[in-house]
Design a binder for this molecule. Structure first.
Ligand SMILES: [Zn+2]
Length: 319
């Protein structure tokens, strides 16, 4: 372990953030600066070989521009992965066939560098703890609401991992057994109620009424709500209430110093953060209710790259 740290310490990291829509690649300096950043659409493929070939191409594009040779690759990936082995699991709600793909091993074989890979939410939480909304805290819960709903939990400065490395999937907490069907097969998961696709699916009547052929975007739902449209207001209120209720649960479960809410949907509705704080104060159990500060995430799209590089430098620290 010390040998590894000596080698990667104080040298740049090749960071990869593999998202559902975009893949970001960059060099991250030991100071936490992101250089040579690059963003490319993640290929819509079910083939692990095609994904690896794409990732190696992206890495090659930025690798040569590093001020000094990168010593390791840090990977943040959407979807479940075993952080101890770097092997991917099958995502609960897509058909993408990456199950069993040895992501870390394949990237390491092509680059000749050690690879540390983890789920994007774990990477984001580590980044927020070092550079963002969780600075100087050791007990943190992170919940992100965007294309999906995901999460991560850090207690006593360590990410909780679980037996298979997949603990912290907060999006699949069911908050309403009579709620909409989730991609994981259950009813009323947070993801099925509050994610961006869940909002647009619930609002499709809105688009039909306005003469649009397609489902309304999140912005259109927000605009309709601002105009006083009752359906749009009800959809957003239901989503907000689900996130707020889950926030109280998270505080009761984990007694965090901070609960960090991130993702595009929360960024578009910052009042959800305030609503969650109020509910935590009023409804969570003492003394956790007084302790927990509910805050918005600060790092936005850079969280994955920064977290991936921190994971690579601190190999083992959050495992
Ligand atoms: Zn679910």
């Amino acid at each position: 372990m010390n040998g590894y740290r000596d080698r990667v310490n104080a040298s740049p990291i090749l960071a990869l953030d593999i998202g559902g829509t975009w893949t970001r690649t960059a060099i991250v300096t030991p100071e936490g600066d992101i250089a040579s950043r690059r963003r490319t659409r993640t290929p819509a493929t079910d083939s692990g070989d095609e994904l690896i070939a794409f990732l190696i191409h992206e890495i090659t594009e930025v690798r040569d521009s590093a001020p000094s040779p990168a010593s390791a690759v840090g990977v943040s990936v959407t979807g479940p992965i075993n952080p101890r082995t770097g092997v991917m699991y099958r995502p609960p709600n897509t058909g993408r066939g990456f199950h069993g793909l040895p992501l870390s091993e394949r990237i390491s074989a092509s680059t000749g560098l050690p690879v540390v890979a983890d789920r994007d939410t774990n990477a984001a939480l580590v980044a927020e703890q070092r550079y963002g909304a969780g600075r100087r805290c050791f007990d943190l819960v992170y919940m992100t609401v965007s294309t999906g709903v995901g999460g991560a939990v850090m207690l006593d400065g360590r990410l909780i991992r679980g037996a298979d490395g997949v603990a912290g999937e907060l999006g699949h907490v069911s908050v309403n057994p009579d709620g909409p069907r989730c991609g994981c097969g259950r009813d009323g998961c947070l993801e099925a109620i509050a994610s961006g696709p869940a909002l647009t699916a619930a609002a499709k009547h809105l688009g039909a009424r306005d003469g649009q052929a397609t489902e309304p975007t999140g912005e259109q739902i927000a605009l309709a709500a601002a105009r006083g449209d009752e359906l749009a207001l009800a959809i957003l209120e239901r989503a907000r209430d689900a996130i707020v209720s889950a926030s109280v649960d998270m505080v009761n479960l984990f007694n965090p110093q901070r609960l960090i809410l991130g993702g595009a949907v929360v960024a578009a509705h910052p009042t959800w953060v305030t609503a969650a704080q109020t509910a935590v104060r009023e409804r969570a159990l003492a003394p956790a209710a007084e302790r927990a500060l509910v805050v918005g995430a600060e790092l936005g799209d850079d969280a994955g790259l920064l977290g991936a590089s921190l994971m690579a430098w601190q190999d083992g620290e959050w495992r």
